[in-house]
Design a protein around this ligand. Structure first.
Ligand code: TRP
Length: 451
């Protein structure tokens, strides 16, 4: 048990290790699976443009805000707020984050389990050719089965637990030092391969030539903001937890910008890789969440060396999901480790079990519990909507309000570690006025169904 941070609170070995781990957190299913179907459904280039705009205007300043709280607080999600704002209710922001992290991880491991299963099917050659009845039917009936998906989800979760159990330096930092470079190489290989396909031009046009008339469609803004939050891992104190393990001398601003840019570049490269293939094989880009599990395998089956591409793609997707799942698990583990006095190993096992049980519900929602619905949403959709569209933005809003209004201007700017007066003023203006106003408009708008 460690109430004060500092001694006993683990630390990254290097700042670069922290950057890789934070990038590992950011780059995940969000960049590949979620980005491609949300962009595909919301008009491609126009969505990309608004997403980029939100990432720059809200995402990166908010990421710095979240980092600044963790680095100054030097404790977990709840503890950092308690330390900076004793005897107030601000720590509830951290508690909401802990709950949000458990919820996201629960459905995240389900989709990660699908990815792991697909990797297995590609390695054994089972998906090199279209199965009887097609990839669509195969996917639908597989995710509906009661036991098999749970096995892969459980396997993925056990691997995540084993890494988080080992702690920051030996577990999380070491794993990301391997994953992130491998991920970058694989992703670029696949995107370059995509560019050599015949329909590449159409894919690039879809992704980079905006249809300006779409700018008046309000739901694009809502979706783009949710995507920017989810992709950058902001709003639930996961990044806060990672930054609490920094050493005093490791500066935040450059690392923040580096992480934000990397995450965005990964999303764009993933978009190039996926949409060049989608357009080369004349597939509807708005085929929704299954895009990656149904559409891409059909494309791989009909392209030259598609089996190799399939293997590489699902290695990539599984690794990206893994480094994000690790950060999602570390967030509640850090909290329970400190407050309940569990060892790190025990805390990891306990939270892991809770996540598994909730994930079982999400998985069964595609099959025998398919009847559990709210407004047409199954259990996983409910978890995704509640977290990405409500908890993340609300948590982000509370954090900018905390730093912008509870802390003094001097404290806020000192913690941000920004050095030039121009950047200090610009960031402070953003977190105090511009970001809260935009976010309240979007949140309230969506609450009343206007957006
Ligand atoms: N950013 C990850 C992705 O794009 C998901 C993720 C990891 C996350 N940690 C998070 C999302 C914390 C929100 C908060 O897949």
């Amino acid at each position: 048990m460690n109430q004060t941070g500092g001694i006993g609170h683990d630390q990254w070995k290097t700042r670069f290790g922290f950057m890789l781990a934070a990038m590992g957190s950011a780059v995940g299913l969000g960049n590949i699976w979620r980005f491609s179907y949300v962009a595909g459904e919301n008009g491609g280039a126009t969505f990309l443009l608004i997403y980029l705009f939100f990432t720059l205007l809200i995402g990166i300043p908010l990421l710095l805000t979240e980092f600044s709280i963790g680095k100054a607080g030097k404790m977990d999600a709840v503890g950092s707020f308690k330390k900076l704002a004793p005897n107030t209710k601000w720590h509830l922001t951290g508690l909401m984050g802990v709950v949000g992290g458990i919820l996201i991880l629960s459905f995240y491991t389900v989709v990660s389990g699908w990815s792991l299963f697909y990797l297995y099917r590609y390695l054994t050659g089972a998906y090199w050719t279209e199965p009887d009845g097609g990839f669509g039917a195969a996917f639908d009936s597989w995710i509906a089965s009661p036991i098999a998906p749970l096995f892969w989800q459980g396997l993925f979760l056990v691997a995540t637990i084993l890494i988080v159990m080992q702690g920051i330096k030996k577990g999380i930092e070491r794993a990301n030092n391997v994953f992130m470079p491998a991920l970058a190489v694989l992703m670029i290989l696949l995107a370059v391969y995509g560019l050599t396909l015949e329909g590449a031009k159409d894919g690039l046009a879809f992704l980079f030539t905006p249809d300006w008339s779409q700018l008046t469609n309000p739901s694009i803004y809502f979706m783009a903001m949710g995507q920017a939050f989810f992709s950058l891992s902001i709003g639930i104190c996961g990044m806060l937890t990672y930054s609490s393990y920094l050493k005093e001398k490791d500066r935040l601003p450059a690392a923040t910008v580096g992480i934000g840019i990397m995450d965005t570049v990964f999303a764009v490269i993933a978009g190039v890789m996926i949409f060049t293939a989608v357009f080369s094989f004349d597939v509807d880009p708005s085929s929704g969440p299954p895009l990656v599990f149904i559409t891409l395998p059909s494309i791989f089956a009909s392209m030259p060396a598609g089996n190799v591409v399939g293997i590489v793609f699902f290695i990539l997707l599984t690794m990206a999901a893994f480094s994000s799942a690790i950060s999602l698990l570390e967030l509640p583990v850090a909290y329970f480790h400190r407050t309940l006095g569990f060892t790190r190993k025990a805390a990891t096992l306990i939270i892991g079990s809770i996540v598994f049980v909730l994930g079982v519900a999400a998985s069964l929602g595609f099959g025998i519990w398919g009847g559990v619905q709210l407004g047409g949403n199954n259990i996983m959709d409910m978890m995704d909507n509640l977290t990405a569209n409500i908890i993340l933005p609300l948590g982000g809003l509370l954090m900018v309000l905390f730093v912008g209004y509870y802390l003094t201007k001097e404290q806020a700017i000192k913690n941000s570690e920004l050095e030039t007066p121009f950047l200090q003023s610009a960031w402070y203006l953003l977190i105090r006025y511009i970001i809260p106003v935009i976010m309240v408009v979007i949140l309230v708008g969506s609450l009343f169904g206007i957006i």
